[in-house]
Design a protein around this ligand. Sequence first.
Ligand SMILES: C[S@@+](CC[C@H](N)C(=O)[O-])C[C@H]1O[C@@H](n2cnc3c(N)ncnc32)[C@H](O)[C@@H]1O
Length: 323
Amino acid sequence: MTSTISIILIVFLALSCFALIILLLGKRSKAQMALREKKADHTAREVGDFYNKQTNNFLKVYGEVIQAFRTTDVTKLLDYQIETIGFEKGQRVLDAGCGVCGPARYFAKHADVHVEAITISEDQVEKARNYITEEGLEGKVNVTHGDYHQLEEYYESDSFDVVYFLESFGHATNHEQVINSAWGMLKPGGKLYIKDLFIKEAAVPSLADDIQREVKNINDAYHYNIADLYEVLKFIRKKGYILSNVKTIDLPLEDFENLTISNDFQDLTGINKIENLQEYVFPVDFFEITCIKPWNALEFGNSRYFLQNLYYMQVHNRKQEEL
Ligand SMILES: C[S@@+](CC[C@H](N)C(=O)[O-])C[C@H]1O[C@@H](n2cnc3c(N)ncnc32)[C@H](O)[C@@H]1O
């Protein structure tokens, strides 16, 4: 009798533990899901105001290239970007979220491209124009005040070889709209390049809440809307881009800045200051994504990415004899 009761008790306890684990796992994955479904808490106008207020501080700490994932000598980062984006001499390219045109001016000088640049901050436009004049780059770099969610309001469609986002995409209030807007700007065969931070995948379920908390802190502090990589890839594929590359940014460790620059900025401004580094969970990964707008014509799209281009032609009802 006693042993039967013991067995029942053991089975009951085991089942309770199992139920508790399932409950906790469910809670963790809900945290990750909630992060994925989260929409921006800010407007593009608020991002503009943030940069109007903070650009002088960014200039003091970051200099003219406002990117956190960088090399100690920032020209090495920009040289890497010339290489990885694959600029070709004479191309017309669009810098979406250009800051004070630090990268745009460097690319114009060192890769010999013509850059149209856009930022939501009026202060950055003014500063960028001064730099452009000082460096004699009028005609090579042109900066516009505007919102990259609606690039069609500022530029002619199908007119760019490359549209790139350097740590600017994640400010978007609507990532899909931005990807679609960039599509409209690209010539057939043109390239979209995004370098940014993306929500980290929790390696163990117990980290999901910490990641969610720190992502929210960054989003609130910088008017960011850190993207979910899988969701962005879905938007890219849905639109019909040829996804040519997704990778971790390949900066050699000896050149890497180690992100202490973000701490310097936080010390200067008090923004999102991390008090306890010991317990801090780093909530993001940095990736670069490259994709291509298909040609929608076999005479161009036949040599590379044949299948994706063909699929795109079918979706767009190209005539049977062309396929
Ligand atoms: C972190 S800074 C990066 C600046 C620049 N890419 C660089 O590497 O120096 C983010 C930039 O994105 C711009 N930005 C954010 N949201 C934008 C929007 N909706 N339209 C245009 N620019 C935007 C900001 O004004 C700012 O210039």
